[in-house]
Design a protein around this ligand. Structure first.
Ligand code: NAD
Length: 293
């Protein structure tokens, strides 16, 4: 790694907190090395307080792009010059480009693109699908919007009655108005409606973070009757690789129970393309990431 760094090396940053656990620096640096690209990718512990200065730093130092994670994904929009249509609809940005270091910052959101690419990789067709989705925070919104852009017929969002519920309603309204998909929101407390919706869906996506710390013992599906062999179950969590939901689904006969690793990989690949104009060597990185742990 260090052997190839020089005075010409271009920097890509990741600004979020907490961020030291992230796989993104490894993923991007390994991809730069593999392709012989003169870039380096570093994580910076940046929260909302430091965000304005950090964005100024990106401009001032000609940092060529940045990934953005929590808690900055929404907050950063006010500091950018332009945002892409999907980032606008999602209301959040996870990738910023500063092409040629000229200081014109454009925000994108590749989380939903990553989720749809991960499904495609598993041979799952989103076009014309009826999808039941739990969660309407950052990840859930990105998934819902991209599924709509990719031709899903219906996206049925179920959320608990917390602050994300209002966001879910807003997202559903925007999707229904601006895409060809129909989106609805129902309180997850209505378990009969939830089960009925899954029975009518080909894909169930959990974007709540249930199954990951501190919710590692939580699965939003606990009734074996809900699981069918032809129901695709996709959990955006990738740590642990097998959440309670995925274990339960496999035990009860689901043929496709997919974790969030592919989503993480492909959101990175889409960002890599925006930063460098090159395709990430996905198979190589996949081997590296999937074989770890
Ligand atoms: P968030 O806080 O923005 O949203 C959380 C959502 O889950 C909300 O809709 C909330 O109402 C719901 N929720 C919270 N607790 C719940 C519970 N006990 N029961 C039911 N619903 C509950 O979080 P986020 O940024 O959207 O992240 C969600 C998950 O997605 C995290 O685990 C994160 O690691 C994962 N994620 C994965 C990728 C990836 O590339 N695989 C990318 C982004 C996020």
């Amino acid at each position: 790694m260090t052997e190839r760094l020089s005075g010409h090396t271009l920097l890509i940053s990741l600004i979020a907190t907490p961020i030291r656990h992230s796989m993104s620096p490894t993923m991007h640096n390994e991809a730069f090395s593999k392709l012989g690209l003169d870039y380096a990718y570093l994580a910076f512990e940046v929260g909302n307080q430091e965000l304005a200065d950090a964005v100024q730093g990106i401009r001032a130092m000609g940092i060529r792009g940045s990934n953005v994670s929590m808690p900055n994904k929404q907050e950063i929009i006010q500091y950018l010059d332009e945002i892409s249509p999907e980032a606008e609809l999602i209301g959040a940005v996870n990738t910023v480009t500063n092409l040629e270091g000229k200081g014109h910052l454009v925000g994108y959101n590749t989380d939903g693109i990553g989720a749809m690419a991960a499904l495609k990789d598993e041979g799952v067709e989103v076009k014309d699908a009826v999808i039941t989705l739990t969660g309407a925070g950052g990840a859930g919104t990105a998934v819902a919007v991209q599924a709509a852009f990719d031709g899903a017929k219906e996206i049925r969002i179920f959320n608990i009655a917390d602050q994300a519920f209002e966001n879910a309603k807003l997202t559903a309204q925007k999707i229904t108005e601006k895409t060809n998909a129909k989106a609805t929101v129902t309180d997850l407390a209505d378990q009969a409606a939830f089960k009925q919706s899954i029975a009518e869906s080909s894909i169930y996506i959990d974007a709540t973070g249930a199954g990951m710390k501190p919710l590692e013992d939580v699965s939003l599906i606990n009734d074996p009757e809900v699981i069918r062999p032809d129901l695709v179950i996709f959990d955006v969590v990738y740590a642990p690789r097998e959440t309670k939901l995925l274990r339960f689904a496999k035990e009860h006969g689901a043929k496709k129970a997919i974790n969030g690793l592919g989503m993480m990989l492909y959101q990175g690949a889409a960002a890599f393309k925006l930063f460098t104009g090159e395709e990430m060597p996905v198979a190589y990185i996949k081997d590296l990431l999937f074989s770890e742990e």
